[in-house]
Ligand binder design. Sequence first.
Ligand SMILES: C[S@@+](CC[C@H](N)C(=O)[O-])C[C@H]1O[C@@H](n2cnc3c(N)ncnc32)[C@H](O)[C@@H]1O
Length: 361
Amino acid sequence: MSLISGKEIEIIRPDIIVDDIEVVLYKRTMDPRMAVNTLKNGKYVLIIDYYSSGLMILNELKHQLIKKYAAQSFQAQREFRADFKELSNRLLLVVNNHQLKVKKAPQIGWFKILYPEIIEFLVAFPQVQGLNSSWQWYEKGIAIPVLNQKIHPFFGTYFPTRFEHLKLFDHWLKKYKGDKETAIDIGVGCGVLSYQLLNHGFKKVYGTDTNPNAIVGLENEIEKNKLNDKIALFHGDLFADIKDKTELIVFNPPWILASHQLEGMDQAIYYDENLFSRFFEEAQKFLKEDGRIVLLFSNLAQITKENETHPIADELAKGGRFQQELFLQKEVAPASKKTRRNQTWRDTEKIELWVLKLIEN
Ligand SMILES: C[S@@+](CC[C@H](N)C(=O)[O-])C[C@H]1O[C@@H](n2cnc3c(N)ncnc32)[C@H](O)[C@@H]1O
């Protein structure tokens, strides 16, 4: 539990097993096919020698399932993924004193940070792989061109891997002539937009996010960087517990309309159909009379799906609340030759920056 802006926040962490359960022990001198059969029989397999033994079993499992679901159909691929997920999650490792209890295992600092109070537990191998790659990103950091600094994404938090929209926002901030007392950053994530706002002279930023891990992770970074009096964080939906009106609201929302129930990190990529109407309704209350909303978006949905509507254009077309002050578009650099074959739609993808103002009565 962390206490942020007066609220207790519980972070999301992978499920672990603390109870005594029956397991079949596995060493690499054994046949991985035996381990896969055990998983298929609904039992747990526990790796007790090397980390790589788990990788060998997962390879064997993949190999067998690829054969089983050889058809390229959507349905076959879905069943392949579901089976792989179910079976691989019965492959376990022991964590003792925040370390994996097998040889040649990666060091993963998340065990201590996410489970400080638990001395010994079992965790599924794929979860360990996810924790490991997240730890690598966190430790190394990600260089963000417009910031001249690295960000360190907390476990389970969205971070940008393409930067065109950040460059577009920076370009706009350079020309911005309005007040710079406060700004609100909705869906703050790792805080990239908030840092940009501070770098361009804003005195205070209020950031919100529905993802508790984003809020807890960014709070730690803010403390490390001594920015506590510059950025205030709130866990919750849209404007959460923010009280003040501001001259600037920025939102880099999810860009794709969801066709499934949203859970976890999905909320960074997919939006439910009410998100934008709720955002615009609320935004009216938090904007000073002369204030602006800046939204970063993309035409991704329009160019990949027919008849897809555009939530910002829709809001403006409906009228009544906001008017457009500015609209900037920037082509996304074509994908590299290597990845291009399957991604020709990226050639016409454009990043968008929308600036809206309240309609004067
Ligand atoms: C595309 S990411 C952008 C993150 C960050 N602002 C950036 O530009 O790198 C969208 C963020 O919005 C958050 N989010 C999604 N729905 C939200 C909502 N209803 N209220 C607050 N935050 C939300 C997600 O958890 C995610 O962190």
